[in-house]
Design a protein around this ligand. Structure first.
Ligand SMILES: Cc1cc2nc3c(=O)[nH]c(=O)nc-3n(C[C@H](O)[C@H](O)[C@H](O)COP(=O)(O)O)c2cc1C
Length: 182
């Protein structure tokens, strides 16, 4: 085996789906791209997200404690990258990228109509934000577009290249220890 730099761990472990995060601050909605996220707990469902203070969205999330995590599919690939390469302090990304929105049910941040899933979240624990820019979010609601033809998610390899979701392996019969999970 060849050793690579410890700093490259994210290149191996990041590949959950790339997501879009919407926020809304004082009536102004915003959207950014995010790859650094992880599930933390089943019940209540908690997600950890790293959103840095260099992002305009950071202040909105800190101040409002609310966001939507939207999961795009491969048909939105270029848009997803472009959203993550410009900032809402200089551009209205919804207008520039023609993003269609719908109001969420419990929070002010909008849902993204053209995404496969939208997850309404509230910050459950801000104690790691100052140290790691790590927001612990609790999932409040999930909206799925089951009519969507394109279902393949994109998985960021850390450098602007992506793995695209492919076939599935069904090994549910072997998950004997975890049958109780919903
Ligand atoms: C593929 C990709 C993944 C990204 N992942 C993250 C991330 O996990 N956390 C983060 O803070 N920024 C991430 N970014 C950068 C933000 O999306 C970017 O800084 C964006 O301009 C922030 O928008 P805003 O200033 O309007 O909030 C990513 C960008 C790309 C293109």
């Amino acid at each position: 085996m060849n050793e690579i730099s410890a700093s490259q761990a994210y290149r191996l472990l990041e590949p959950g789906p790339i997501v879009l995060v919407t926020t809304s601050l004082e009536g102004a909605a915003n959207v950014m791209t995010m790859g650094f996220h992880m599930m933390i707990q089943h019940a209540p469902p908690l997600i950890g997200c790293v959103i840095g203070p260099w992002d305009y969205s950071y202040q909105a999330l800190r101040k409002t404690g609310e966001c939507v995590i939207a999961i795009p599919t491969v048909d939105l690939a270029e848009t997803v990258v472009d959203i993550g390469n410009c900032s809402s302090d200089t551009v209205d990304k919804f207008e520039r990228f023609g993003l269609r929105t719908r109001p969420a049910k419990d929070i002010a941040a909008p849902l993204l109509v053209d995404c496969l899933a939208n997850i309404e979240c509230r910050v459950a624990d801000p104690s790691l934000v100052d140290r790691y820019n790590l927001f612990i979010l609790e999932v409040k609601r999930i909206w799925i577009d089951e009519t969507r033809k394109e279902q393949r998610t994109m998985h960021h390899r850390g450098d602007g290249s992506f793995t695209v979701d492919g076939g599935t392996l069904d090994l549910r019969e072997r998950m004997t220890k975890w049958r109780h999970l919903p």
